[in-house]
Design a protein around this ligand. Structure first.
Ligand code: PRX
Length: 653
């Protein structure tokens, strides 16, 4: 529960060394301008990156139903890779751009990669891609561990104008194959193995399996991460060998502001994940600006975001934002608890990290391990802490604040989405009086509105709750769903006409601060990762013994939400623990470990309306162990199924 004390929490003293980029009066002034005169505001902010041909037109956007069209800086041209590398060479060629920290500090040494070395490696990788026939506009799937080559690959694509689509290394061969086919990729960049938490994922073998279902012409570029034995086919190319021979000079192509920089697949409430398309110009301006302001990044800071480049957080806040700002960014291959629960803090101490950005699920897990792990290390370099991916509960916020930040590091609780490209709602260090658990204020240019969920009416005033929509475009916004603009319009602009619909519920408190209350659609948030319940359901029903399945989220102490599956078996199949295990393994192999159900309940029947629609509201309540408040069940075709589900529920207090 929230206490008065917590609500009164003051922003901690931030700036012993230098003034914050934005203080409270500056925020108010800049925010006002950003929404009253976006043309002038972004016209100025767009200059934070280098343009080959400067833009003359800043904003050309429409949320109008049937005509959703989003363009920023549309007549400008640039190169994202040159912005992240080349333009820093003269002033900071010898500055470290990327600090790479391996999974196992006993086995591998950390690497410090300067901007000059980054330039060399990215050029080499870009020449390798060109040598394999990759051209401007082609798609390249990246399925790599968190190694420097992942950043090289992203920036190499950007350099030649190829569009990358990263697939998280925890995804299964099926999920990888679907994404390769979904965007018609010419090439997959993978590694032999992905070490993580002391275990190894066989990335190359997963890729081989995925490619069995792809066009024969898809080539495969393999980075040797461990160098252990793998299969090798005619489609495979040795990345290390090719890079060794490649030229270290590669001109940066001139790219249109609106040309896609990347596609990233994300789960929605229905069916297959969709390919979120981000632009080059607007995206980079927004990633760079949010990175600098939200984390109050100053020259000389060592910034660490613990995400994986397989998620949007890794795109905007490990690679593009920090490097566009000429920063030093830490890239971590491992997990918070390996070799032990002190790993995060050991890395902070070792590299003298100044900004640390992680997810509530990691904080909760480490909180459980005890504060002695934190206290073993010197964390005095830390200045700012960040949280992302799901609402942070006040207990975790307090622990983060007290034990990690020693009460002197502001916590920025950043709300945003794969679709938004960068932060949407967040406190700003040095400008915002913090409230544990609240994302608080809109970033520049973002106009949040709270709508009444059914009528779609705008709810004015404070102390209100509804669904969160955004009134006008911002430069980091996704432009379309790859190959399906209609789906883009339908998903985000059709429920509430004229607005971008986030899919989240939210509350605006008495002070006008925003609190995200969680998804209002069939998307669940497991350890900060988005999972469509429909995806897990279709994986389950693809199993030969399963007749029907319904999946919902339920509160989970560490993960935020856990996956609860109700499964009806085919006639003649008997429930057993062995079958439960089999289904878990099945879903892992269909989608990936993050989709594995936490609880599976055998359901002889599912609660359905007379027209056959599953009443998920009831299933959610039972999964939450809150069946006293089931609401009206009279419209059910067979109300007795509910009694059976309650009697055999899996999540009991
Ligand atoms: O429900 C919100 C939650 O994560 C969703 C977006 O997930 P994804 O696209 O995977 O991006 C995650 C990282 C940007 C949102 O719709 N979410 C994200 N950040 C927060 C959050 N919920 C509450 N507070 C946050 N800070």
């Amino acid at each position: 529960m929230m206490t008065e004390d917590l609500l009164a929490a003051e922003p901690s003293p931030v700036h012993e060394r230098q003034a914050p980029h934005v203080d409270a009066p500056t925020y108010a002034r800049m925010y006002r301008q950003s929404v009253t005169d976006p043309e002038a505001f972004w016209g100025q902010e767009g200059k934070r990156i280098d343009w080959i041909r400067p833009y003359t037109r800043v904003k050309n956007t429409s949320f109008e139903p049937g005509n959703v069209d989003i363009r920023w800086f549309e007549d400008g041209t640039l190169n994202v890779s040159a912005n992240c590398i080349d333009r820093h060479l003269e002033t900071r060629g010898d500055q470290v751009a990327i600090i790479w920290e391996p999974d196992d500090p006993e086995k591998d040494a950390a690497q410090h990669i300067t901007y000059r070395e980054l330039h060399r490696n990215v050029c080499k990788m870009a020449n390798v891609l060109k040598g394999l026939g990759v051209e401007k506009g082609d798609r390249v799937v990246i399925y790599l561990p968190m190694i420097p080559e992942a950043a090289y690959a992203m920036l190499a694509c950007a350099r030649i104008g190829a569009i990358h689509s990263i697939v998280f290394a925890g995804f299964s061969p099926d999920a990888l194959g679907a994404r390769i086919n979904g965007c018609g990729a010419k090439l997959v960049i993978t590694a032999d193995y992905a070490p993580r938490g002391g275990r190894e994922t066989k990335l190359k073998s997963n890729t081989d399996t995925a490619l069995l279902h792809c066009d024969d012409h898809v080539q495969c570029l393999v980075v040797k991460r461990t160098g252990a034995q793998t299969t090798w086919t005619a489609q495979d190319h040795d990345c290390n060998a090719l890079m060794a021979e490649a030229s270290a000079e590669c001109p940066a192509e001139e790219i249109g502001a609106e040309d896609p920089l990347f596609i990233l697949y994300t789960s929605g409430s229905t069916g297959q994940p969709k390919g979120v398309v981000h632009s080059s110009g607007g995206y980079l301006v927004y990633a760079a600006m949010t990175h600098q302001i939200t984390f109050d990044y100053h020259d000389g800071d060592i910034y660490w975001c613990t995400a994986d480049v397989g998620w949007v957080t890794g795109h905007s806040y490990i690679v593009y934002g920090p490097l566009a700002n000429g920063g030093t960014t830490v890239m971590f291959e491992g997990v918070p608890t390996y070799p032990d629960a002190g790993r995060f803090w050991e890395v902070c101490d070792k590299h003298k990290v100044t900004q640390f950005y992680t997810a509530p699920t990691a904080i909760r897990a480490l909180m459980g391990a005890g504060k002695e792990w934190v206290e073993k290390y010197d964390l005095s370099s830390l200045r700012i802490l960040g949280s992302v991916g799901e609402p942070i509960n006040p207990e975790a916020w307090n622990w983060y604040n007290d034990v990690v930040g020693k009460g002197r590091c502001p916590i920025v609780d950043t709300f945003w989405q794969t679709e938004t490209g960068g932060h949407m709602l967040t406190p700003l260090p040095g400008a915002t009086k913090l409230k544990p658990g609240a994302a608080q204020q809109p970033f520049f240019g973002v106009q949040p509105v709270v709508l009444e969920p059914t009528s779609g009416e705008v709810i004015e005033g404070n102390g209100v709750e509804g669904v969160l929509c955004i009134k006008d475009s911002w430069p980091g916004q996704m432009r379309t769903v790859w190959g399906d603009h209609e789906r883009f319009e339908k998903t985000y602009f059709s429920d509430y006409k004229g607005y971008y619909f986030s899919g989240d519920g939210c509350r605006r408190d008495e002070d006008g601060d925003y609190w995200i209350t969680g998804r209002v659609d069939d998307v669940i948030n497991v350890s900060g990762h988005r999972m469509g319940t429909a995806e897990v359901e279709s994986a389950l029903v693809a199993h030969e013994k399963v007749a029907e399945a319904a999946v919902v989220g339920y509160p989970h102490e560490i993960k935020g939400q856990g996956i609860y599956a109700y499964v009806t078996l085919m006639d003649g199949e008997e429930p057993s623990d062995a079958l439960r295990k089999e289904l878990e393994v099945w879903v892992r192999s269909e989608i990936g470990p993050i989709a594995k159900p936490d609880l599976i309940q055998w359901a002889p029947g599912l609660p359905k309306t007379r027209s056959g629609k599953i009443m998920r509201r009831i299933l959610r309540k039972i999964a939450e162990d809150d069946f006293g408040a089931l609401g009206d069940t009279s419209t059910l075709a067979d109300p007795s199924v509910v009694d059976d589900l309650i009697a055999n529920r899996m999540n009991r207090a």
